[in-house]
Write a protein that binds this ligand. Structure first.
Ligand SMILES: [Zn+2]
Length: 258
């Protein structure tokens, strides 16, 4: 299937050069993006036969353009629960959607947000929304973001051995399985660093941040601390760490669900 993309004019620290809206053949789009007029117009002009609008998750840089695009084209909106009240069909994962001659499978990938889904074509092209980006790593913001479920979702995607990754932000990646391996390794490395830092005396999130992110742009300190918090939620859930009044400690649990 022919895949094209249009990048929305919403660059930023979390969106890289902007949200990538993917055009599948002549009839489907994935992640219509932010409701910016020029972007909606560009999609509608490129897809005069649009029938199906697929959405990965509810964030404002991915979903809202679905509504004006439906209005313009009459296409139906397929979205996970909690995304766009007026969606025409709810997706929970496991569905297969026909896009012209190709089957597109819906994969449940909670973690970045709880309702997040990815889309995998029969040819092995994987559309990852914010679960995997084309550059850098994605942000997990608890409580909606969940690091344990996120790592499980990365493993689910790796298990499907995709051929290419089409991320919500950043370039298409031809090294799909290596990228997923690197994403999983990055999170597990960070988890090991947190456990080691707790072992050697760090007790609070700012102390962990200073121990682990030794050369960090001060503007990213807040985001780094949130990522540490996401890991700590996972470690506490697994019984490997404990917390009281913002003070963390190792609990000696051999834990881990894998
Ligand atoms: Zn997002």
């Amino acid at each position: 299937m022919n895949i094209r993309s249009i990048t929305a004019p919403n660059p930023g620290p979390f969106t890289l050069d902007g949200t990538r809206t993917y055009l599948l053949g002549e009839t489907a789009v994935i992640d219509p993006g932010p409701a910016i007029d020029s972007h909606v117009q560009a999609i509608a002009a490129a897809m005069p036969r649009l029938q199906t609008i697929l959405v990965t998750h509810r964030h404002a840089d991915h979903a809202p353009a679905a509504l004006p695009l439906r209005e313009r084209t009459g296409a139906r909106i397929l979205a996970p629960r909690g995304v766009l009240d007026s969606a025409d069909l709810r997706l929970g994962g496991g569905e297969s959607i026909a896009v012209e001659e190709t089957a597109v499978e819906v994969l449940p990938t909670p973690g970045h947000t709880d309702e997040h889904v990815c889309y995998l074509t029969a040819e092995g092209d994987l559309f990852t929304g914010d679960t995997v980006l084309g550059a850098g790593t994605t942000a997990i913001f608890p409580p909606d973001g969940n690091m344990g479920r996120y790592i499980d979702s990365l493993r689910l995607l790796r298990g499907r051995s995709p051929r290419r990754i089409f991320p919500g932000h950043g370039p298409v990646r031809e090294d799909a399985t290596a990228l997923l391996d690197a994403y999983i390794a990055h999170r597990l490395d960070r988890e090991r660093q947190i456990l080691a830092s707790l072992q050697t005396g760090a007790k609070s999130i700012p102390q962990l941040r200073r121990a682990i992110y030794t050369d960090l742009d001060p503007r990213l300190e807040g985001a780094a601390e949130i990522q540490l918090a996401a890991h700590l939620v996972k470690l506490c859930d697994e019984g490997r760490a404990g917390e009281g009044g913002g003070v963390y400690r190792l609990t000696g649990g051999s834990g881990g669900r894998h």
